[in-house]
Design a binder for this molecule. Structure first.
Ligand code: INI
Length: 158
């Protein structure tokens, strides 16, 4: 006998999504948003089940995410941002707090939070990951959200 495998399908029909997108580095984050929307739609999500929330920068992500998750109206939250290393430690504070805050929320709210926040050394590396050489991390975050939302539904109703 084989072990029972629980695995989320890449099927977004009927699922509700919130997308949190940062305006900082919007040249990059708008491409991440395009990728996320494309992935959701191609897997069956409809626009009436997708909400987009804009925030100033990645630092503001955890507080906005907490408010959205508290509503318990979505099957998954997709967070999109771009933090590019500069000449000061600012990068470490912004990227670190966004990652830590979202990680904690993801564990405690029972709703998948996918991390589509780029943390790169250069603008070129960010562009590569927002629809150029290295794919689109917004689309990857959306796919992770779909899969994890379906997996959680299976775990909750085995
Ligand atoms: N926010 C980002 O999302 N990415 C960055 O690269 C960035 N840098 O480099 O400063 C950034 N800063 C703004 C920050 O997120 C807050 O919006 C700001 O500090 C106001 O609270």
């Amino acid at each position: 006998m084989s072990p029972k495998v629980y695995e989320g399908q890449l099927q977004a029909n009927g699922l509700k999504f919130a997308i949190l997108v940062s305006r900082f580095n919007s040249f990059v984050t708008e491409r991440l948003l395009d990728g996320a929307l494309d992935a959701l739609r191609r897997h069956g999500a409809t626009d009436d089940n997708i909400e987009i929330y804009r925030i100033p920068g990645s630092w503001e992500m955890p507080v906005a995410a907490a408010a959205i998750l508290k509503q318990k109206r979505h099957n998954a939250l997709i967070c999109l941002g771009c933090v590019i290393r500069g000449e000061t430690p600012h990068f470490d504070y912004v990227a670190g707090e966004a990652a830590k805050g979202l990680g904690q929320l993801s564990m405690h709210q029972g709703i998948p939070v996918s991390f589509g926040v780029l943390t790169t050394n250069t603008l070129e590396q960010a562009i590569d990951r927002a629809g150029a050489k290295s794919g689109n991390k917004g689309a990857d975050a959306a796919m992770a959200a779909i899969e994890t939302a379906n997996l959680l539904a299976q775990i909750q109703n085995p």
